[in-house]
Design a protein around this ligand. Structure first.
Ligand SMILES: Cc1cc2nc3c(=O)[nH]c(=O)nc-3n(C[C@H](O)[C@H](O)[C@H](O)COP(=O)(O)O)c2cc1C
Length: 188
């Protein structure tokens, strides 16, 4: 079983990174092979809506997302972790998510090149916001959860934590446990 962790924060070693590591530890303890991708270390442009992928199933934008597409296909579960930036997800995570477009055909069904490889994959989310009210991240949860439901992925849940300074979430044992448990859910 392969679990892919996708970090959407440019602050490596920050709060969403710490919680993602917890989730990956939970997955590893459940027997999974884990890998983490730091989007900020990759070159990922936005989707061009050029429709070329409708024909070929391959994205026309030649950057690091092509390698990530392959890793997404190989993974059994994908856990994303991202901080709230201006009541939304970071630019890195949004560019990555928009590039999922290549997986779909013109009618937004899984492209024949990817079905059934994508269908049924487990997908989870971790958010961190500076606001004490963690519902600040609800729009990000809505985006990932709706994408999962719309495409037939298996939504395994979201962990929403509050933390501001780099590493502050380390003292939030409840959030770390929730993230660890999210990782364990990849095995169920
Ligand atoms: C550009 C920017 C925008 C932010 N916007 C928000 C926001 O709208 N709401 C909020 O609660 N926190 C906001 N924050 C705070 C971060 O979500 C918070 O510091 C978080 O812990 C960062 O996580 P990280 O350490 O994983 O990068 C913002 C931070 C930055 C740098």
């Amino acid at each position: 079983m392969k679990v892919l962790g996708i970090l959407g924060s440019p602050r490596v070693g920050g709060n969403s990174d710490i919680l993602l590591d917890q989730a990956l530890a939970g997955a590893k303890d459940s027997g999974a092979e884990v890998e983490k991708i730091v989007l900020a270390h990759k070159k990922i442009s936005g989707c061009l809506d050029c429709d070329k992928c409708d024909e070929t199933g391959v994205c026309a934008v030649k950057d690091d997302m092509l390698e990530i597409h392959k890793k997404l296909l190989e993974a059994d579960s994908i856990i994303h972790s991202v901080p709230v930036y201006f009541w939304s997800m970071t630019a890195q995570m949004k560019a990555y998510l928009d590039r999922w477009c290549a997986f779909f055909d013109a009618d937004w069904r899984w492209h024949r090149s990817y079905y059934p490889k994508m269908k049924g994959k487990k997908i989870g989310l971790i958010t961190v916001c500076g606001d004490l009210d963690v519902s600040t991240a609800d729009p990000i949860v809505h985006s990932f959860k709706t994408t999962s439901q719309f495409t037939g992925l298996k939504w395994i849940g979201a962990v929403q934590a509050s933390a501001s300074k780099k590493g502050e979430v380390n003292s939030n044992e409840a959030a770390k446990k929730e993230a660890y448990d999210l990782g364990r859910k990849t095995a169920v």
